[in-house]
Design a protein around this ligand. Structure first.
Ligand SMILES: Cc1ncc(COP(=O)(O)O)c(C=O)c1O
Length: 362
């Protein structure tokens, strides 16, 4: 098969975040897509009272309390044998690849770079299937995933587009060979406007033994520095992945905070309202400019088409002149210099970003 898309040369996996540049330059980080609501002070106070024992005691290697909290939160009637907890979702992507990938994988791209990195590290050849009108090309993905394909990586909603493709996810799950693992990254699904319930494929894990769903608490609950994620799939797959997991991979503070944040049922509702309101505000304001065209998104980040400017130059300008870091998307496989990605933050921060864009011309 001739390659449909080339990966970016000479690089591992480039992310945004303040440490992707000189951190001293960053006053506002719009390149990381975490929940803009942050973490509540009273939760941190409660955590503080337990910090001494959390820091000095070995954590539960099985994450039992956290697993029970996640299962209550998901409410899908599964038991802990269907869960694997990771030091961030990224750890689980790599554990999955190390466990199941040997020969070929299919990746719908552009998307999050860790799928490609983990597959290459596992020794596989990567076939990229380009998005079609910014959505997964279901037909091509199914066609490419025959003949020795170990896994297909999908992301719903996708990063960097922020677009949901729930119908495609279902079609791929229902039509792919049962010998191919389907890895669906739902790390942002709890932040989409209509919520996760209508869009998640999580309940299909009971019927499809080749389906792995990934979630991240670093995005939905703003625990990026804490590092916490989980995947849900058939216990047979979990048991195989456990062979590649180190002991105590999830520290005690992460386990405790993860359990605590799941107890507030109003948090995600408040977050989604904030995101929707602020995304509309940002898109409206950007729509008034001629140089920056925001693209529709279902979640807490969106792409901006910088038309004939260069995404690298726009990013460098905003950083050097305004202390604002945005994500230059030219480092995503399959993307050129035409797009940057910004997170939706709180109103005052969003206003600062919009003012900075407007200062670059009408
Ligand atoms: C789609 C997607 N999945 C997973 C991750 C990683 O999440 P974590 O911070 O839990 O490792 C990211 C981080 O940017 C992401 O964009």
């Amino acid at each position: 098969m001739k390659p449909m898309m080339k990966s970016k040369p000479d690089q591992d996996c480039l992310h945004g975040g303040v440490y992707s540049v000189n951190p001293g330059l960053v006053q506002l980080d719009f390149s990381s897509n975490v929940n803009p609501l942050g973490i509540s002070k009273h939760l941190l106070r409660d955590l503080y009272s337990e910090l001494n024992s959390l820091c000095t005691t070995y954590p539960d290697p099985l994450c039992r309390e956290l697993k029970n909290s996640i299962l209550d939160y998901l409410g899908i009637g599964l038991d802990p044998s269907w869960l694997l907890i990771g030091n961030g979702a990224t750890e689980l992507i790599h554990i999955f690849a190390r466990t199941f990938i040997r020969r070929n994988v299919v990746i719908s791209a552009p998307t999050f770079c860790e799928y490609e990195l983990s597959a290459r590290r596992a020794g596989a050849t990567v076939k990229f299937v380009p998005l079609k009108n910014w959505k997964p090309d279901t037909e091509k993905i199914l066609k490419e995933s025959t003949n020795g394909c170990d896994a297909v990586f999908l992301c719903n909603p996708n990063n960097p587009t922020g677009i949901l493709s729930t119908v495609s996810m279902r079609q791929i799950i229902e039509n792919i060979s049962s010998d191919t693992q389907i890895f669906i990254d739902e790390c942002f699904i709890e932040l989409v406007d209509e919520g996760d319930k209508k869009n998640t494929m999580i309940e299909m894990v009971s019927d499809y033994k080749n389906l792995v769903i990934l979630r991240s608490m670093t995005k939905s609950f703003c625990l990026a520095g804490i590092r916490l994620g989980y995947c849900v799939c058939n216990p047979k797959l979990i048991n195989r992945m456990l062979e590649n997991k180190i002991s105590w991979n999830v520290n005690g503070v992460a386990q405790k905070l993860g359990t605590m944040v799941l107890k507030d049922p109003s948090y995600l509702e408040k977050s989604k309202r904030l995101i929707q309101r602020e995304r509309n505000f940002m898109m409206n304001e950007l729509g008034k400019t001629t140089k920056f065209s925001p693209m529709l998104s279902d979640v807490n980040f969106f792409l901006i088409d910088v038309s004939n400017q260069s995404s690298v130059e726009v990013r460098n300008y905003l950083l050097s002149k305004r202390g604002i870091l945005v994500r230059d998307c030219s480092t995503f496989t399959g993307m050129g210099l035409r797009h940057i990605r910004v997170a939706v933050k709180k109103h005052i921060e969003n206003t600062t970003l919009i003012d900075a864009f407007k200062s670059m011309g009408p």
